[in-house]
Ligand binder design. Structure first.
Ligand SMILES: Cc1cc2nc3c(=O)[nH]c(=O)nc-3n(C[C@H](O)[C@H](O)[C@H](O)COP(=O)(O)OP(=O)(O)OC[C@H]3O[C@@H](n4cnc5c(N)ncnc54)[C@H](O)[C@@H]3O)c2cc1C
Ligand code: FES
Length: 276
């Protein structure tokens, strides 16, 4: 079997999240693949547009919701521009799932704090869905999500749903100047909103994903609150090609982000060579 041969998937739904970000819901064409396909929260895949190439995205839907996968992507270059033009019914490629996953079982019985910025909500959303679909297995759920402006917030319909749930504490924020007159969320950078949300650190895990600058300034806030580095999880987005540990494109020293990651604890990240 050729490990680089993608499964064929059909676009079932296309959602315009923001001016430059879309979500595609994809279903496998081969019924055998559709029946057997499984993945874990945090894994990623190589998505391809025939004739344009491949690119790497997390699987943004949850393994608790069977029969399809979703990806959310920002249009930045060649393949993402080709993906932007796909319509419902079009066929594209997917190979995966690849990489490690979030330690969902270890998180059972604990509080979970999700912190995301911009399109960084895509990998975090997969874990949020997973946790909410198995809500009884977890304690308090806090979500802090920020974007530059109101127009840049992704998954607006889900933010609304999560905001209505009594078992979720949702904090949404936009950078100063990014608010609209009717904005009801917070105004401020993510680290300061995490401080305001003040999640308890005892028996808690933090899942964080977003721009490096957001992560850089949020980690000290979490540590000050008492979160330990082995309970802070993030997912890295190093450039990849093969996705399966063969091409050497993604490695940081001896660590292959595609195979050893993309999910790492802050303790593991601290040991990586000086690229972070
Ligand atoms: C594990 C993993 C998960 C990812 N998940 C998502 C996701 O859910 N949604 C999403 O929108 N993106 C995600 N990315 C980033 C995504 O892979 C790239 O944005 C995408 O490959 C760009 O493809 P392209 O052909 O359109 O761009 P290209 O034409 O290849 O590049 C366009 C520009 O973007 C830069 N670029 C491309 N890839 C990266 C990268 N990985 N890091 C920094 N700069 C880059 C290039 O240097 C160039 O300037 C993920 C990356 C990884 C490794
Ligand atoms: S992407 Fe090829 S080795 Fe990691």
């Amino acid at each position: 079997m050729n490990v680089y041969q993608p499964f064929r998937v059909r676009v079932e739904e296309k959602i315009e999240e923001t001016a430059d970000t879309r979500t595609l819901k994809l279903k496998f064409l081969d019924p055998d693949v559709a029946a057997k396909f499984d993945f874990k929260a945090g894994q990623f895949g190589e998505y391809s547009v025939f004739g344009s190439g491949e690119c790497t995205f997390c699987i943004a839907s949850s393994p608790t919701r069977k029969g399809y996968i979703e990806c959310s992507f920002k249009t930045v270059g060649k393949v993402t521009s080709a993906m932007k033009d796909l319509e419902v019914g079009d066929v594209m490629g997917f190979r995966g799932p690849y990489g490690n996953a979030f330690p969902m079982e270890k998180m059972h019985g604990a509080n979970v704090v999700f912190i995301a910025g911009g399109i960084g909500l895509a990998p975090v959303r997969c874990v949020i869905w997973n946790v909410l679909d198995e809500r009884a297995k977890f304690k308090d759920v806090t979500i802090v999500y920020g974007a530059r402006t109101v127009a840049d917030l992704v998954y607006k319909r889900e933010l609304e749903d999560w905001g209505k749930r009594p078992d979720v504490k949702l904090w949404t924020t936009v950078d100063p100047g990014g608010e609209t007159p009717d904005w009801k969320g917070q105004v401020g950078f993510v680290p300061s909103i995490v401080e305001k949300a003040a999640p308890v650190a005892d028996n808690s895990w933090a899942v964080i994903c977003g721009p490096p600058v957001m992560i850089k300034y949020t980690l000290p806030v979490l540590k000050k609150m008492g979160f330990t580095e082995d309970r802070i999880l993030t997912t890295l987005e190093n450039r990849m090609k093969c996705g399966i540990g063969k091409c050497g494109r993604c490695n940081i020293g001896p660590v292959y982000v595609c195979k050893d990651g993309p999910v790492f604890t802050a303790a593991e990240m601290a040991k990586l060579p000086n690229e972070f």
